[in-house]
Design a protein around this ligand. Structure first.
Ligand SMILES: [Zn+2]
Length: 262
């Protein structure tokens, strides 16, 4: 184990990785991290945190660490992220939608099985990316059970973690998820990973295309977290005030066409 300068644990939330062979319409440019940048970020995690692990393994033995997660199951997770992780002996959780696996731009079941066989953790991002806040109680429970069982069936490994699509969740989601066979929920609210409390969603720091290594390293010293939380709070208020659809339109206009919320 390399030496570590990190004073805090942080879970990172990635989406697609960009680069040769990864260009496709399913990728949101705001959340697509260039492969060269991604490699530099992994090297930084090795330097400051002594490596990186997946939430599945971290929750089994919480300690100071970097936790890597990917949402949406993009094809680039298999084509670009997975080889870069293996090269460095790192692990990550991949939160996928079983109702969408195999669609253009997304990783296939065969790809996910290959990743799982190498030690990666394949977990649930809901059935087909419908926001949980749009589902009634019965539909939510069905979505949680159905997605977990489908991934377990096709990948052949236990699914214990849930990341709600778009980070949209009701306050009792961790309790409902536990009833549906999950041990933990990973949210999209920024924060430090300061424990493995199953009663609340674990915070994750969102990695966007523009993130630089200095900012990433600062998170592991607890710097820049409050700013990210403030920004998330303001955006959340805009979502609640405008409603999801009007918020997405506003965001598109501010950030550029083709930039969709994940
Ligand atoms: Zn998503």
């Amino acid at each position: 184990m390399s030496s570590s300068t990190a004073t805090h644990s942080v879970a990172l939330m990635y989406h697609a990785i960009g680069g040769a062979g990864a260009a496709d319409a399913a990728q949101d440019p705001h959340y697509t991290v260039d492969a060269t940048r991604f490699a530099a970020q992994l090297d930084a995690l090795v330097r400051v945190a002594g490596g990186a692990t997946c939430a599945r393994d971290w929750l089994a033995a919480p300690r100071r660490a970097a936790v890597l997660t990917f949402d949406d199951g993009h094809a680039s997770n298999h084509a670009l992220a997975w080889p870069a992780l293996c090269e460095r002996g790192l692990r990550a959780d991949f939160f996928v939608n079983p109702g969408k696996v195999g669609e253009a731009g997304l990783a296939s079941w065969a790809a996910l099985r290959e990743m799982a066989a190498s030690g990666m953790s394949i977990q649930s991002h809901g059935w087909n990316h419908r926001y949980f806040t749009e589902l009634d109680d019965r539909a939510l429970r069905e979505d949680l059970r159905r997605s977990r069982l489908a991934i377990e069936d096709r990948v052949g490994a236990a699914v214990t973690l849930l990341a709600p699509p778009g980070g949209r969740m009701r306050a009792d989601l961790p309790a409902v998820a536990r009833e549906c066979g999950y041990a933990h929920v990973l949210g999209s609210e920024p924060g430090l990973l300061d424990g493995a409390d199953a009663a609340r969603a674990l915070p994750r720091m969102s990695v966007t295309a523009a993130l630089d290594v200095a900012t990433l390293e600062a998170w592991f010293e607890g710097r820049g977290i409050a700013r990210a939380r403030l920004r998330y709070g303001v955006l959340g208020l805009a979502k609640r005030t405008l409603g999801d659809r009007r918020y997405e339109r506003l965001r598109e206009r501010l950030l550029g066409a083709g930039d969709r919320a994940r």
